[in-house]
Design a protein around this ligand. Sequence first.
Ligand SMILES: Cc1cc2nc3c(=O)[nH]c(=O)nc-3n(C[C@H](O)[C@H](O)[C@H](O)COP(=O)(O)O)c2cc1C
Length: 193
Amino acid sequence: MELFEAVKERRSIHDFNRKRIEEEKLTEIFNIASWAPNHRLKEPWKVMLFQEKGTEKYANLVIQSYINNGLTEGYEEDKQEKMMEGIKQFLLNIPHHALIYMEKDKDLLRYEEDYAAVCAFIQNVQLIAWSYQIGVLWTTSPYIHDHSFIEGIGLNPRDHKIIGVLQMGYPKTIPRSKARSSVPIHFVKRALE
Ligand SMILES: Cc1cc2nc3c(=O)[nH]c(=O)nc-3n(C[C@H](O)[C@H](O)[C@H](O)COP(=O)(O)O)c2cc1C
């Protein structure tokens, strides 16, 4: 696949087949993605992949986070249960949830460099996956900031920052592309006076 084509035609996927991606292929995708630029060669990205029975653990923690943060408040009990069961089933139907995180550097500049590098890594993952006809949705739902969720997955909110969760699988449907605007570029060609 041509690079331009991959960049323009990759779409965020919201609807996946149940078929799992082979572990060797996932490993390859993340390893190629690690050629992303990263300052001081810190390779700050870390991946926790929830799949098979592991998805249940992830889904339960997500639901607990929604409940703790008041998502179900104001609804009748049976309505709450239905809502949470719906979310759980939705998450269980997604073959892979790749939680991407990094260690928090105490130095703000380095923290920002690491965060930026992990974002570049994630876009690499999306493009490489796309070249294998694998779909990704980059998500940043509020629970990635929820300390009890972070602890629940075995990380420490003081030391770890979750950048996002990538839902991954073979697409069932591919949405139409949304047009992009031209980039406002301000060419500065004169010396400052
Ligand atoms: C940092 C970041 C966070 C995102 N979080 C979400 C999300 O939580 N839920 C979602 O449906 N899409 C999320 N997206 C996907 C964007 O909505 C999507 O990229 C945008 O609609 C453009 O669609 P495209 O990727 O198909 O071009 C996120 C994208 C980025 C870069």
